[in-house]
Ligand binder design. Structure first.
Ligand code: NAP
Length: 294
């Protein structure tokens, strides 16, 4: 446990990736299988290309097999669904991720629905959302999973803590709230229609911001000593006219009040791909009946 107020997600993610690499090596030796992650990119979106490149690189770095499928922007839905069906059946592929957004001729929900829930390492399939909501063993979306690891690294037992999650998206806010509830927190989900958002936030022992509005959460919204997790990634223009990344929390103000806080960049962001690899390892173990090392 660190004494610093700043939660170093980059360092935490590095440690997690090292641990995953050790487990991959042990699996290869004991079971002769290497986990495989298939990443599908349709089109030429430049941010998506960067994400897919980083995912493939980190997959290989932990010793897993990376299967990259780069399809043209003109790819039809039937063709993409046929690829997913092949990946669902391929025993070398333990995890499948389709990079979003997809070109407009493809319905993203139809694509997510087509992925085998046991290979759905993004945790977006409705079966995995249902498993999370009902306490079953599913695959949890990577960003909330990583945020939860950071929270527990500071607080340990969360039972009885008051948690406020600002944002109710299916990929961050709602799964985050489910994870906190499963740890016996008293959870409030706030959103754009919430009355007195500063007052709601000020009651939180754990405050998670997943809004997409630069520096919206101010220092005087933060309860003294609270753990603040800033999921937001927003590009704004700095005083020098250059672009820089900021979170949904006003970092300098919140740092003065919080017991611990994630910076942006270097907080939640690096945990997301590390948790994708964790999910691929978890999926592989379940598919092959291998017990995960603690
Ligand atoms: N670190 C990572 O790896 C990672 C991963 C995913 C996302 N992100 C970042 O996290 C942020 C949220 O992402 P998302 O996909 O969850 O966004 P999203 O789908 O746009 O959802 C945003 C949520 O914020 C709520 N909201 C908007 N304005 C608000 C306001 N003024 N007051 C209170 N609530 C407000 C919305 O409420 P309504 O539902 O009422 O509209 C919605 O529930 C973004 O900055 C995104 O870039 C980071």
């Amino acid at each position: 446990m660190s004494d610093s107020k700043i939660i170093d997600g980059k360092a935490f993610a590095e440690t997690l990736r090292r641990d995953i690499a050790a487990q991959v090596a042990a699996m290869k030796q004991a079971h002769g299988h290497v986990p495989g992650l298939a990443v599908v990119l349709v089109g030429e979106d430049s941010a998506s290309k960067v994400y897919v490149g980083s995912k493939a690189k980190q997959t290989k770095e932990v010793g897993m097999t990376s299967f990259e499928h780069r399809l043209p922007a003109t790819t039809g839905q039937t063709e993409l669904l046929a690829l997913i069906e092949r990946l669902n059946r391929d025993p070398a592929v333990n995890g499948i991720l389709v990079q979003l957004p997809l070109p407009k001729q493809i319905d993203p929900q139809a694509v997510i629905d087509a992925i085998d829930p046991d290979k759905d390492v993004d945790g977006f399939h409705v079966v995995n959302a249902g498993r999370l909501a009902t306490g079953g063993a599913g695959l949890v979306p990577c960003t909330p999973l990583g945020s939860m690891m950071l929270i527990k690294s500071r607080l340990g037992d969360l039972s009885g803590k008051r948690a406020v999650v600002v944002g109710r998206s299916n990929i961050v806010g709602k799964p985050m709230a489910s994870l906190l509830l499963a740890e016996s927190c008293t959870v409030t989900i706030a959103h754009s229609k919430t009355r007195d958002l500063p007052g709601e936030c000020a009651r939180a022992d754990i405050l998670v911001a997943a809004v997409g509005r630069p520096q919206m959460i101010r220092g005087d919204w933060v309860k003294p000593g609270a753990v603040v997790i800033d999921v937001g990634i927003n590009r704004v223009e700095g005083p020098d006219g250059k672009g820089r990344l900021v979170g949904d929390v006003h970092y300098e103000e919140a740092l003065a009040k919080a017991g611990a806080i994630t910076p942006v960049p270097g907080g939640v962001g690096p945990m997301t791909i590390a948790c994708l690899l964790q999910n691929t390892l978890t999926a592989t173990c379940r598919q092959r009946g291998i017990k995960l090392a603690a």
